[in-house]
Design a protein around this ligand. Structure first.
Ligand code: UDP
Length: 416
């Protein structure tokens, strides 16, 4: 976690706080609005529960959000559930089934899941006025909700085509919550409890997104062995078929016929993921020995490198054929890059065709729009600026915080 300067208090007004650092990057009035909103829930004890302290988007956003909640006077705690390897295998199967991949879940697996939730209910401190329970792993903790507490089920996964039996099982717990929060409208389900839509967000002050000097970008690129001598086309994503890295290479080859450029495909190491390794092998084969294609395997801590690549890129692709939200899109747009993305999932709420990028459904489409932007640098620059403003107003962590506060206020209004 980055170190933030200490708060100082002048005449009762806090200055130099963490939240104040967001003043320069968020729309005017954001910080004041947050402070005013938070007064309604000042001193409230809030609990978050998920299944991992590090790794993955949920942990990342909690790490960034909690200090902001604290500064706003919300006493936010974070508990992490513990489970055996069998439990995590089961919840991985749940996850896949809920995201639409058929899985066989046995009665013992359901029972093991519930037993682990019961054990965690005894171990974890669930005492809070309001709790946000993240994703399916801890969902059955609702059995142990303290009397009077308001519990929110925060779903971060794609529930648009769940395997019915698994969803019915989970649903029987979800409907006992006071509300559910989904990340995209199409993920919402028929439920008899209030549902809220809250888009994910990026933190403009994190290492992944903060400003970098041109020298720092240059140094990072040198370290990665990517010359910055011609336009860079970039896709950052896991080596996963749904991210269509091979389609990006096909698009690059079409572009290359008329524009000299480099393609960088940056993704995580795939050693522990057999499917990732297979996709990586396909990508390597498709790339052949083209010296202008750079396939980079980055460790999960390579935030500054990804930041530098996104800043160095001329155009960023996210040519997914299926996508949850697609944080890489907001990350690139925040750096003033138009994004050419697959017309799927959350990409369609971020990429406004002709304004912040283009949505496509084929390598030919991706190449067509990339060439158009390379031919028209003025259009490219305007779209990049629009992309950044779009993210500033919709996809920054401060908006996320505002919406969480609004849900808490709504639920706790009668209770307090
Ligand atoms: N990411 C990363 N290293 C990689 C690939 C991706 O740090 O090698 C980051 C990326 O910058 C983004 C997140 O992982 O913050 C991926 O989120 P996204 O919603 O785009 O896709 P997901 O992987 O969740 O499907």
């Amino acid at each position: 976690m980055p170190q933030f300067p200490m708060r100082t208090v002048l005449g009762g007004e806090a200055v130099g706080g963490l939240l104040d650092q967001y003043r320069d990057v968020t729309p005017r009035g954001t910080v004041e609005f947050l402070r005013r909103l938070a007064r309604q829930v000042e001193g409230i004890r809030m609990l978050n529960v998920n299944s991992t302290r590090t790794g993955g988007g949920v942990a990342e956003i909690l790490q960034r959000l909690l200090p902001l909640f604290e500064e706003l006077g919300v006493k936010a705690r974070w508990e992490v559930m513990a489970g055996s390897e069998v439990f995590y295998r089961t919840t991985k199967s749940f996850h896949n089934a809920l995201q639409g991949t058929k899985q066989r879940i046995t009665a013992e697996m359901y029972e093991g899941y519930l037993e682990c939730n019961r054990d965690n209910a005894k171990r974890l401190d669930l005492d809070a006025e309001v709790a946000m329970i993240h994703d399916p792993q801890p969902a059955a903790l609702i059995d142990s909700r303290p009397r009077g507490a308001k519990w929110i089920w925060r779903c971060h996964i794609d529930l648009s085509t769940p395997q019915p039996t698994v969803w019915q099982f989970l649903r029987s717990y979800v409907v006992r919550y006071d509300a559910a929060v989904f990340s995209l409208p199409k993920f919402a389900q028929r439920l008899r409890i209030p549902q809220f839509l809250i888009y994910p967000s990026i933190d403009p002050l994190s290492d992944k997104n903060r400003e970098l000097t041109a020298e720092a970008v240059n140094r990072s690129l040198q370290g990665l062995g990517v010359p910055w001598d011609k336009p860079i086309l970039l896709q950052v994503s896991r080596f996963d078929r749904f991210k269509d890295p091979v389609g990006v290479i096909e698009a690059y080859r079409l572009i290359k016929k008329s524009h000299d450029c480099r393609l960088v495909l940056a993704g995580g190491t795939a050693a522990d993921d057999p499917e990732g390794a297979a996709v990586l092998a396909e990508v390597r084969e498709a790339a052949g020995n083209d010296p202008d294609i750079h396939i980079l395997l980055l460790p999960p801590t390579a935030h500054l490198e990804i930041n530098a690549l996104q800043r160095a890129a001329t155009i960023v692709f996210q040519k997914s054929t299926r996508e949850g939200f697609g944080l890489t899109v907001a990350e690139a747009m925040w750096k003033g890059k138009p994004v050419i993305g697959g017309a799927t999932g959350g990409i369609t709420v971020q990429v406004i065709p002709g304004e912040t990028g283009y949505t496509v459904s084929s390598p030919e489409g991706a190449a067509f729009y990339a060439k158009r932007l390379l031919n028209e640098p003025d259009r490219l620059a305007v779209m990049g600026r629009q992309a950044k403003e779009y993210v500033r107003h919709r996809f920054l962590i401060t908006r996320h915080l505002q919406e969480y506060l609004a849900v808490i206020i709504q639920l706790c209004r009668g209770a307090r």
